[in-house]
Structure formats: C-alpha cells, structure tokens
Write a new protein. Structure first.
Length: 88
C-alpha cells in the first residue's frame, strides 16, 4: 500500500506536468508565462522525490529461490575452504 507521501508526491507530479504542458502551449502562442514553468518544474521535481521516498521496496520474489539457495551454499563452502589452513 502506498504511503501518504507517495500519494501527495504523485499529485504534485501530475499538477507539475499539467503546468508544464500549459507553459509549452502558451509558449507556442508567443505569450509565455514563466511562472507556470517555474512552479511546474519545482512541482515535478518535488513530486518525484516524494514518490521515490515514500515507495517501499518490493518483497523478495520466490521465483529464483533455488538458485539463491544454491549460491549461498557455494559461498559457504568457499568460505569454509578458505578458513582451513593448507597442510602443505
């Protein structure tokens, strides 16, 4: 489930994107309003930061559990071999 920061970040991101579209549309009409660009750019960056900050990492997949277990066993065996001193 998304946190409140992530939801607010998504809201700011979309509002910022809409303001940037309005700015570029006004720019094509030869009447740019730079306030829309500044507020839109800040909202997009702030929204993206909040979305990433509020995002929880995904749970570990069960898809490659056999491969992971096999690799862990190999690492353990290699570490055990490196611990033992050579008799030579």
């Amino acid at each position: 489930m998304q946190s409140g920061k992530s939801k607010f970040g998504r809201f700011l991101f979309f509002i910022g994107a809409i303001l940037l579209v309005v700015f570029f549309a006004m720019d094509q009409a030869s009447n740019p309003s730079y306030g829309y660009f500044c507020v839109g750019a800040v909202a997009v960056f702030l929204g993206a930061a909040l979305m990433m900050r509020g995002h929880n990492p995904p749970d570990e997949s069960m898809r490659f559990r056999t491969v992971r277990r096999w690799r862990e066993q190999q690492r353990a065996r290699k570490a055990e071999r490196n611990k033992k001193p050579n008799g030579y």
